[in-house]
Design a protein around this ligand. Structure first.
Ligand SMILES: [Zn+2]
Length: 264
């Protein structure tokens, strides 16, 4: 039986970082994989793009390319503004409305319409921490639950990471001195999800190459700023290491038993 699984992400490149292996795996199994991205991601740094509008256009193209690599059957770009890591992007007359300032009923209504039209069997959003606390990710967490309820989607999953694994990665990253300027190794203490709360772990080691290609499609995120970007760092890893570190993807389904290995 083929299902439609809708992945809702906050920014272009979040799909590559969190759920790309699962998306590619489902598409290969014949399921209909749909990608919804809420914002244009134009608050991200990128050295080569002078204007915000240029950057949004580039990120849109990159997203389409990534979605194609993952076998997504449809991509919906909601086109809200990226609210920034500290919700510092305020509404401007000639820029898209930052997601956190957009009327919530409107955003929920638009997502619910997509879920109905696609007859989604499963919708995937984020954990309640919004991963590492980005306001757009926290908004997506709430929007997905509300829209899924409105559209009667039978199953809701939260894409996440086990926080102990992240803490180890963060330690390694700082050891490699590739850290971001504001990097604080304790920032993951309350981020994402404890390992005990994860209900589904999908083995995507065989798709490490596709995962990395999907991330590579977001080339604008690998440059810009005065410090090496996380994306550039990840792309520089050899494939065997990429496979080892990113060979599993993690989900939480409220009320489900732990130990699932597939989200459908
Ligand atoms: Zn994001």
């Amino acid at each position: 039986m083929a299902y439609t699984v809708v992945f809702v992400h906050a920014h272009p490149d979040d799909e590559a970082l969190l759920t790309s292996g699962t998306m590619a795996d489902l598409a290969l199994q014949g399921h209909r994989v749909v990608l919804v991205v809420a914002t244009d991601g134009a608050a991200g740094l990128a050295a080569v793009h002078a204007s915000r509008r240029d950057l949004a256009a580039v990120r849109h193209e990159e997203l389409e390319h990534s979605a194609q690599l993952l076998g997504a059957a449809a991509v919906y770009w909601l086109g809200y503004g990226d609210s920034g890591l500290n919700a510092e992007v305020l509404p401007q007359p000639d820029a898209p409305m930052p997601l956190v300032y957009a009327p919530r009923e409107e955003v929920v209504g638009r997502l619910a319409e997509i879920l109905r039209e696609e007859a989604a069997a499963v919708v995937v959003g984020y954990d309640s921490n919004g991963g590492y606390g980005h306001p757009d990710h926290m908004a997506v967490h709430e929007i997905v639950y509300e829209a899924a309820a409105a559209a009667n989607v039978p199953r809701i999953l939260e894409a996440t990471l086990p926080r102990d694994r992240l803490a180890r990665l963060a330690h390694l990253v700082s050891w490699l001195r590739f850290f971001l300027r504001e990097f604080d190794p304790t920032m993951f203490d309350d981020a994402f999800t404890s390992r005990e709360a994860i209900t589904c772990t999908v083995d995507v080691r065989h798709l490490a190459g596709v995962k990395r290609d999907s991330l590579r499609a977001h080339a604008s995120q690998a440059s810009g700023g005065s410090v090496p970007r996380t994306v550039a760092l990840l792309l520089a890893l050899p494939l065997w290491l990429y496979r080892r570190w990113f060979g599993s993807e993690y989900f939480v389904e409220r009320g489900a038993d732990a130990g699932a290995t597939s989200i459908v």
